[in-house]
Design a binder for this molecule. Structure first.
Ligand SMILES: NC(=O)C1=CN([C@@H]2O[C@H](COP(=O)(O)OP(=O)(O)OC[C@H]3O[C@@H](n4cnc5c(N)ncnc54)[C@H](O)[C@@H]3O)[C@@H](O)[C@H]2O)C=CC1
Ligand SMILES: O=C(O)C(=O)COP(=O)(O)O
Length: 630
């Protein structure tokens, strides 16, 4: 930071989220019957003063006349305002407080309540320039120091002139009285601060509209905080993820674009160029080409369980951390499987269709209880094992087969081979993941191994099953029925038609990939995935990432955090530490974790470092991505 830089910061609606005199009015008028009316009048006068319509001194006099404030009220106001500091000032507190010597708070408010708030934040209260109340003998406010230039219009310019500042002067504020400093020629630039209020009249003449302090620090190249200001982080959400996700990202200060459909590879390549965070569900294919088109991608959020639609290797190679929601819709899939098992064992799809066609087919032929029937589960992961528990509760006898050695829950029986499972069970439910090796894994050979009259359910992925072979198994009577929720080719949105060789088959339930589509599951996912992504962006923690080494990091205290992602080759850590040693940087703590593809080094260092050091770290041979967090 240059030594000759001065920041002039407004207090009301800039340093704090509120107008202090409005809050004072609420304190003074608590319990007063005319409260609402007076409050409204005070706010009107404040606005007229702030957009320059009403002379400032008149606005101040009129507001104070409406209030009979005591010294105790002023003290209380100071306490309330300590909890109302603007979010981006709080976010940057540690760094910003270190700029104390370059910062003045210049306000048409009053030192009496501004100084305690500024001191509480960590800035020098002596560098607050503002009005002063006058009190009567009983301690009530009876006026203000009229000799103070800040008690009249144009006062801020006068004060800055008197300060006779050397070097560059930047004004940060939300009102016409802040703009006037630059207009009078006492500042290089006026940043209109719009985090709390947007005053249209002032907007037109501002040099830069800044939605928060991060933006200003970034613009002034002063930021050692997040490598990127939050309001510049772009999020693209596809496939109608739950609106909760939009809300969470927007509250964090990110820009969000929301689409209800999936995009084709071509459309996505075009849209993703400057996107930092991509959110998808099961339909959007994120290919190597898509990843290469993305110039700023930090994260992909799969708002679902499966991540087979994402080229995870390409993501790792490009330093993109992928998060999913591994448990949020598990229960929903299991409940649908249970429902379908019961429906198919009772021939319900055919019976229901007949009723709609005016046919009454009351008969017990071919209808059974599920109690005592043998259920086979292929893929005993989170969904498979939960189905196992619920299925036993309705009396099914559970068998399972998994590629990995999985603990049998309850009374379930593990099968050593798929053949053993298929030859044993009356109902088979597929719950393996969609890894490429599973494409077409279930076909004519496997159907032939099943018992005659068995039932088949696929809630996993469309590509694992040979659909023509399934059709044949139903038509030949080998299978009594089937339920299919996932298809090799699914429409991109609800506006596209659906086609499948399974349409119109007897005792067949077809559903539009809704295994996880319940309000409960979608809301859970809409909260879970954004939180993981935000945690990664803010702290570097990768807990739950499906392609990055998982590291849970403690919060940083009085240190900078450097994140370094590299191809997993030997000696990178040594290289990083040699550079730090050369620059005399003290390592406060350090973490390294690798997986087959990449290594992730997190180094917390004490405060002093320079741009040269950062450049050298970026140049370490296998660096994929380097980021300074604080
Ligand atoms: N229809 C829908 O809306 C939904 C579908 N799904 C699908 O369900 C899949 C499973 O989900 P989770 O249980 O949470 O995943 P998981 O990863 O916990 O379990 C998958 C299990 O399948 C096993 N497996 C993989 N290939 C196998 C094979 N060829 N034979 C036997 N076992 C095999 C794995 O070892 C693992 O234990 C997801 O990957 C997703 O594709 C998930 C949620 C909703
Ligand atoms: O969670 C999964 O893997 C699913 O298949 C659910 O996908 P969806 O979010 O409904 O597109």
């Amino acid at each position: 930071m240059s030594n000759t830089l001065n920041l002039i910061i407004d207090f009301d609606s800039t340093f704090t989220r509120v107008e202090a005199l409005d809050v004072l009015a609420e304190i003074v008028l608590e319990g007063d019957s005319s409260r609402e009316q007076v409050l409204r009048r005070i706010q009107e006068i404040t606005d007229l003063g702030m957009d320059g319509t009403l002379d400032f001194r008149a606005s101040l006099e009129q507001r104070l006349e409406l209030l009979r404030a005591h010294r105790d009220d002023i003290q209380k106001l100071g306490e309330v305002l300590k909890g109302q500091i603007s979010r981006s000032f709080l976010r940057n507190q540690e760094y910003f407080a270190s700029l104390s010597a370059a910062t003045y708070i210049v306000s048409n408010g009053f030192t009496d309540f501004i100084r305690p708030v500024v001191a509480h934040y960590g800035l020098d209260p002596e560098r607050v320039i503002a009005n002063e109340f006058l009190y009567d003998e009983e301690g009530y406010v009876c006026g203000f120091n009229r000799d103070n230039p800040l008690s009249r219009s144009g006062g801020k310019s006068e004060v800055i002139k008197q300060l006779d500042l050397k070097g560059d002067v930047y004004v940060i504020g939300d009102g016409a009285n802040d703009l006037e400093i630059r207009k009078a020629g006492y500042a290089n630039k006026f940043y209109l601060f719009t985090e709390n209020v947007e005053r249209e009249k002032v907007k037109a003449e501002a040099d830069h509209i800044a939605p928060n302090l991060d933006e200003i620090l970034y613009e002034l190249k002063m930021s050692r905080s997040l490598s990127y200001p939050k309001n510049r982080i772009k999020v693209l959400l596809l496939e109608g993820v739950h609106p909760q996700a939009v809300d969470i990202f927007e509250k964090e200060g990110y820009q969000v674009e929301y689409l209800t459909t999936a995009l084709t590879e071509e459309e996505l390549c075009e849209k993703i160029v400057d996107v930092n965070i991509l959110g998808i569900r099961s339909k959007t294919k994120v290919t190597e080409k898509v990843i290469q088109s993305a110039k700023r991608l930090i994260n992909i959020g799969a708002f679902c369980i499966g991540t087979n639609q994402i080229d995870l290797e390409a993501c790792s190679r490009h330093g993109v951390a992928v998060f999913n929601a591994p448990y949020s819709n598990t229960r929903s899939v299991v409940e649908l499987a249970i429902a379908e098992i019961i429906m198919l064992v009772r021939n319900l799809p055919d019976k229901a269709r007949a009723m709609h066609n005016g046919k009454w087919e009351k008969s017990a032929t071919g209808a059974h209880e599920v109690r005592g029937k043998k259920l086979g589960i292929m893929g005993y992961g989170n969904i498979g094992s939960q189905l196992s528990v619920l299925a036993e509760a309705v009396g099914l006898d559970v068998y399972y087969y998994d590629l990995e050695d999985k603990l049998a829950l309850g009374n379930a029986t593990k099968c050593e081979t798929l053949e053993e499972l298929l030859g044993t069970v009356d109902i088979l439910s597929m719950h393996m993941d969609g890894r490429p090796e599973n494409n077409g894994i279930f076909g004519a050979r496997e159907f032939a191994m099943m018992k005659d009259g068995a039932i088949f359910i696929n809630l996993a992925r469309g590509k694992v099953v040979d659909v023509d072979a399934l059709r044949e198994a139903i038509l030949s009577g080998k299978l009594k029925g089937c339920a299919v929720d996932v298809f090799p080719k699914e429409p991109k949105s609800n506006n596209e038609p659906f086609e499948s060789a399974l349409m119109g088959l007897p005792n067949t339930i077809l559903t539009p990939h809704i295994g996880g589509s319940t309000a409960e599951a979608q809301e859970n996912i809409g909260e879970f995935v954004p939180r993981k992504i935000i945690q990664y962006i803010n702290t570097g923690s990768t807990t739950g990432s499906v392609n990055f080494p998982n590291v849970q990091l403690p919060p940083v205290q009085s240190a900078h955090r450097l994140l370094h992602i590299h191809s997993n080759v030997p000696n990178v850590l040594a290289g990083i530490n040699q550079i730090l040693a050369k620059h005399n940087i003290n390592i406060v703590s350090q973490y390294l974790k690798t997986n087959e593809q990449i290594g992730y080094v997190i180094t917390d260092v004490d405060r002093a470092y320079d741009d040269e050091l950062l450049e050298e770290l970026k140049l370490i041979e296998p660096t994929i991505w380097f980021r300074v967090l604080y």
